[in-house]
Design a protein around this ligand. Structure first.
Ligand SMILES: NC(=O)c1ccc[n+]([C@@H]2O[C@H](COP(=O)([O-])OP(=O)(O)OC[C@H]3O[C@@H](n4cnc5c(N)ncnc54)[C@H](OP(=O)(O)O)[C@@H]3O)[C@@H](O)[C@H]2O)c1
Length: 219
């Protein structure tokens, strides 16, 4: 069973790759060959063409994302909103993954169970949002969730056994979370990766938004 990870250089992406048998994983990112830059569709399309040689992949995991954008942390209040930062958050967290799904869906096997997952975040849940703040990150992850759910419906026509998922990895000790958490708070990347892989392999309902224990999160 082959696995493709997008976001090789990230804390969780690298841990996912390390948790799987060597030789069964292809991990790509901005510094690999092929390289993938989420804001450049040409790079995504070109990577898909190159990866056809190693396809099919039974697991494809998008482990990219950004919380701090161009040095700016998440907004606390409406007065902090900056259209350029909002647009960049959407470009990295929602539009880029949408284009990865667009170009990489055909790298899944035509028959049999396979999984295409994108790392989202619980704070992208509208139903679970009681604290407010973090406008760009929350909204871009909510958009990602809608894209995953919508793609799940379409991909089911061609690949009825494919499972598309938006996954919350938990609070994980990576560069993304470090400015906002205590040093010992949350999972290590290895702990989160093990839980995410178990969730991926057990999930049955395509188009779901699940946490690291496989529990459904409110949209
Ligand atoms: N850590 C947490 O507590 C936590 C909690 C909830 C959800 N998440 C989600 O989990 C995912 C992974 O987060 P992480 O903690 O592993 O963060 P991380 O260590 O900062 O990794 C982020 C990854 O995204 C890639 N990336 C960012 N912008 C990109 C772009 N424009 N083009 C291509 N790649 C780009 C980075 O590539 P480079 O290596 O090239 O920079 C890196 O591989 C994210 O979606 C995040 O929102 C994390």
């Amino acid at each position: 069973m082959r696995t493709l990870i997008v976001g090789a250089g990230g804390g969780i992406g690298a841990a996912l790759a390390a948790a799987l048998p060597a030789g069964s994983v292809t991990a790509i990112g901005r510094a690999t060959d092929p390289a993938i830059e989420l804001t450049d569709e040409t790079s995504i399309a070109a990577a898909a063409v190159r990866l056809r040689a190693c396809a099919p992949f039974h697991r494809i995991i998008i482990a990219t994302g950004a919380l701090t954008i161009d040095g700016r942390g998440p907004e606390k209040r409406l007065a902090d909103l900056d259209p350029a930062i909002l647009a960049r958050a959407f470009a990295i967290n929602a539009i880029g993954p949408a284009l990865v799904i667009k170009h990489f869906a055909d790298l899944l096997p035509r028959q049999g169970r396979c999984v295409f997952a994108a790392l989202s975040a619980r704070v992208g849940s509208i139903g679970d949002n009681r604290l407010g703040g973090w406008y760009s990150y929350r909204a871009s992850k909510a958009a990602l969730n809608q894209i995953v759910h919508t793609a799940a419906i379409e991909i089911a026509h061609r690949r009825p056994d494919a499972v598309l998922l938006a996954l919350h990895p938990g609070t994980v000790r990576t560069g993304l979370s470090a400015p906002f958490t205590a040093p010992d708070q949350g999972f290590t990347p290895a702990e989160s990766a093990a839980r995410l892989l178990a969730t991926l392999d057990a999930a049955t309902a395509t188009g779901s938004f699940l946490d690291y224990d496989g529990l459904a999160i409110l949209w």
